[in-house]
Design a binder for this molecule. Sequence first.
Ligand SMILES: CCc1ccc([C@H](C)CC(=O)N[C@@H]2O[C@H](CO)[C@@H](O)[C@H](O)[C@H]2O)cc1
Length: 819
Amino acid sequence: SSKIQSTRVGMDAAAIKQSILEHLVHTQSRFPDVASESDWYNALAHAVRDRMLERMMVTAKTYKANKSRTVCYLSAEFLPGPHLANNILALGIWQEVQEAVAQLGLDFESLLEEEVEPGLGNGGLGRLAACYMDSMATLKIPAIGYGIRYEFGIFRQEIEDGWQVEKTDKWLSYGNPWEIPRPRLRFNVHFGGHTEQFKDIDGILRVKWIPEWRVIGVAHDTPVMGYGVKNTNLLRLWSSEAAESFNFQAFNTGDYYGAVNEKVTSENLTKVLYPNDEPEAGKRLRLEQQYFFVSCSLQDMVRIYLQSGDPLDQFHHKYTAQLNDTHPAIAIPELMRLLVDRNQMDWDTAWHVTRNTFAYTNHTLLPEALEKWPLDLFKKVLPRHLEIIYEINSRFLDEARMKIHGLNGHLEKLSIIEEGARPQVRMAHLAVVGSYKVNGVAELHSELLRQNVLPDFHALWPDKITNVTNGVTPRRFMLLSNQPLAHLLRERIGCGWVTDLDSLHKLEALADDPDFQQQWQKVKRRNKERLARHALAATGQKIDPDSLFDVQVKRVHEYKRQHLNLLHIITLYNRLKDNPGLDIPPRTFVFGGKAAPGYFMAKLIIKAINSVAEVINRDPDMDGRLRVVFFPNFNVKTAHCIYPGADVSEQISLAGKEASGTGNMKFALNGALTVGTLDGANIEIREEVGKENFFLFGMTEAEVSALQQQGYHPQDYCQNDPELKSALDFLASGYFSHGDATLFRPLVDNLLNGDPYKVLVDYRSYVDCQARISEAYRDRQEWTRMSILNVARMGKFSSDRSIQEYTNNIWKIASVDVF
Ligand SMILES: CCc1ccc([C@H](C)CC(=O)N[C@@H]2O[C@H](CO)[C@@H](O)[C@H](O)[C@H]2O)cc1
C-alpha cells in the first residue's frame, strides 16, 4: 500500500515530544529557551496535524477508488470551534500528549488557550454544520463541507459600560496550522455583464454569458477527523483573489488607486462574515459571497466527477448536496448553467440531474429571515442565473397548474418570483422547487413549515417536506468540554456512549444510588467552580458555586426573550428588597450572547442586563442571595466551560419561533435541568427526559396563534399583575440606569405597546415556574436524580442520530471503511 512509514507520526508520548521539539525548530524556528506560549502551541498543533494528514490522504484515495457517493454540505457558515483538543481526542492520544507536554514542562490548559477559534458563523446554523461534519466523519460517510474562508469572522464582543462593542476578529493574524492551502485549486467566478443568444454548430440555440468582472476562488482544506475511525473528511473553504492583482495600464497613467482597485474589490468578497442572525441584510456583497462559494464548490464537484470518466447525466448518483438554509440556494441555477451552458446538456436532463442533487434544510420561520433578492439587483449581479430562474419558474408553474387544476391564485403564492412594486426572487421557493427533499430541524418546526410557511408546496408535494431533528456532537460537548463527567461515565457505564449516545440509558439504574449521586454532584460542583473562575477572569465578578447557576446563552434576539428572563430577575430582586427574610435558594444568573450590530433592541437588552447586574451585584442586601453576570464573547470556546457549569438551562423562546435550538441539548447532556416553553426541540427533549424532569411554562404555539388572531393587548397583562407592573416600572424609572428614565424607555414601550413576542403573557407562568425550580433545588437528592435522568434519556440528541436519519431518509448514502 502507499503508506509512508514516517518516523514523525509515532503515537507514543516520546514520539510526540520529539515532534513538538522538531516543529519548534523546523516550523517555528525557535529554541525552547526563547519560545513563547504561542510558539509551543504551534509546535504542538503541527505535531498533531502531522498525525492527521496521512489519514486525510488515504481517505480521499479510498473514496476515489470506491467511487463513493459523496454528500456535499454547502453552508455559508461553519463554527468548528478550537481544533487542537478535538483532534487529539479523535486521534486517541490524549494521555500521550498530556505526558509529552508535561515532560516539556508546559501547561496543557494554557496551550489550549492560545488557539483562536475560526468564528466563521453566527450561531445555531453554523455550529450545527460543524457538529454534522464531525458526525459524518465518525459515521464514515464520504462528505465534503464547502464554505467561505472569511478573513474576519464573527466580531469579538467586548462589554464597555454595559454596552456591546464589536471588535474585529483577526483570527488569521497568527497563522492557522489546521488548514492546508491549495493554491493550485482555483476557479474563475464571474459577475455582472449580460447574456447573448447564439446558435451552436448543431444549430441549437444557446446562451453566452458575457460577464463584467471575475475573481478567482482558491481552496483551503481543513481535515475533519472522525472519532475512533480513520475516516478524515474535508472542510474546503474558498477565499477570493483578484484575477488581475495589478493593473499596469492604470499604474502607468498614475492612477495608483485604479491599479490595485480590482485587487481590493476582489479580496473584499471573502473579507468578512455578515454578523446578522435572522434579519437578512439583502446587501449586494452578501449575494456575491453566496454565489462565489457556490460556484467554486460546484465547479470543484464537477472537476472531481469528470475524473471518474462517468457521464455527467449521472452526476446526481455520485453527489448529493445539502443546502444549509437558502444562503447557498443559488447553487440550483448555477448547476443548471454548468450543465447546460458549459457542458451542452439539454435542459430536461440537466433539470432532472439538478433537482435530484439538492436537498434543502430550513432553519427559521421568521419571515424577516427568509431571503428575497430584488430582481434588479439579481439581474445586475447574475443576469444569466436570473434567466435560468425564469425558465425554472415558468416550467414549474406549468407543472403546478396542471397538478392543481384550479385557478384559485395558488400559483402566485407558489411562484419563485414575488410580483409587486419591487419584484423579488424568493430563495426559499427556489430551494423547494429545485430540491428532491426539504426538511425542518425539529418536529414542531417541520409541521409549521408544512402548515404555515410552505402550505401550497406541501399540498403540491405532500411527501417532500420531512423532519430531521437537530443534534449535537457528544465528542466536543461532553467528552472534550466535560472531562469530570466523561471520567465518571467511563467508570460507571464504559465509553460506548461517545459514539452510541443511547447507551447513556444505563445511567437510569444509578439515578437513585446515593454514592453515584454524590459523585454526580461533585462533577457538577467542579464544573461550576471552573465556570466561576472563567466568569471572574472575564467580568471581574465573583459568583458562588453554592448558588443555583441559571444560564441563558445564545444570540440575543427578542424571540429568544432574554428580556423575559430579566423581568424575572427584577421581580426576585423586588421580592427580596420588600421581604429580606424571603427564603429562596441563592441564585446566579449567567447570560451570554452576541447581538447583530444593527439590531438596536437586542443591544439595549444587553445594556439592560448589565445595568440590572451592576445594581444587584453591588447591593449588600443581595449578598449571598442574587448575582447576575453577562459573560462576554460567547462562542464555541467559552461554551466549553459554560454548558457543564449550569444547573438550569433557559430555553424560553415564544412557542413557534425557535426552529429547534441546540444549546438546549448541550445543557441537558451536561446535567442541567431545562426551564422552557413547548417550542422547537424543547418539546422532544421533554418527551425523552419525562414531563416530571422538565420545568414547563408558557403558551403553546396554538395558543400563541390563537391570541394573535383574537388580538393582544399587553397593557391588560400589566394592569392585572402588580409584580409585572412594578418590574416594568422599575426598569422604566431609571432605577437601574443611574436615574436616567429615558434609557430603557424604548424597551418598556416595546413591551407595553406591541410586545410582538408576548413576554407579558408568559411572565406570570414563567415566574411561578421559577418558584417551582427554587423549591425543587432545595431537595438536592431529588434534583440530582432529575439531572441524572436527564442525561440518561438525552441519547436521541446526538448529531450521529441526525446524520443517520439524513443518510437513511434523504441522502441514501453508504458509509465507507478506511483502513
Ligand atoms: C440572512 C441572515 C440569516 C443568517 C442566519 C440565519 C440562520 C438560519 C439563523 C440560525 O442560525 N437559525 C438557527 O438554526 C439552528 C440550527 O438549525 C436552530 O437550532 C435554531 O433554532 C435556529 O434559530 C438566518 C438568516
